[in-house]
Design a protein around this ligand. Sequence first.
Ligand SMILES: [Zn+2]
Length: 341
Amino acid sequence: MTLTRELLKQLPKAELHVHLDGCIRPQTMLDLAPQFGVSLPADDADALALAMCVRNAKNLEEYLERYEFTLAVMQSREAMERIAYEFAIDTAAENTRYVEVRYCPALHTPGLSLAEAIEAPIEGFTRARTETGIEIGIIICGLRTLPPSTSYDMAKAAVDYQSEGVVAFDLAGAELGHPAKDHVRAFDHALGNGLAITCHAGEGWGPESVWQAINDCRTQRIGHGTRVLEDAALEAYIIENRLPLEVCLTSNVHTNAVASVAEHPIRRYFDKDCVVTLSTDSRLMDNITLTDEYWAAHTELGFTREEIDQLIINSFESAFLPDDRKTALVADVRQELKRVQ
Ligand SMILES: [Zn+2]
């Protein structure tokens, strides 16, 4: 059996770590830029795709600067609805059945009210779900670089929209010098009101950041966790407690968290029986699809078809879905993985 990129595209997939403001179609940015008075670094879609892709960033902070362009065109209800819809359509087009997409609504105010910043994407997701059947969970983010009171407001908003598709709370943004433990009140509120918790950690900062996410924020998954291997006790804890890692291979190269995909510790984590999953982080800034990430795992890290099936199952099993829905979804996916050869 030969594993091809096309076959990987056909496999049913789930994605757990992707930023809405990192996934705008270049043409949509061009369409929206004039109405917001935004000057973009290129004026046709192909050139803009290249200009928005961050290669050779020195660190996470430099990588995050590209988001200023996308956020600038995400400041109206119509723009947010369209971007959410197109994101879900593009995701469904590569056979992704379930996606958890995250963003920080505070970054879309005052262009929108906080309520609109949550409701407009929900409308877009609902439209895409009706057309394609893709299931979508929303993760609301606080940002490490914004005041803890803002994170708390985001957690409260996340809880308010729990019945409309918000599944979890996350903390994103520049990691170094901005400890997660300062935002514990937000995590406590989300967790105390039935939401799930994930937290970016171990990407721009080392093991201490991941320990804070676990011990202070009580996270149920780790966003990235790239640097977990620097602390043997931490690695053992994560393996023993089956804490899933949301791994984003290409993004980690682009933020300089690892030197190359081939050197990414996902191979080591997987071989040690850690629950690793694959996601894109950002389709635009990393110029990739989820299929590309599976292809990179195969070509650069030697993941076999059997191992790729395991990565896919890991993603579905780590989803923030009710247990009964998850069990049904995993059973369907296992059948389909057997069929698609
Ligand atoms: Zn991320």
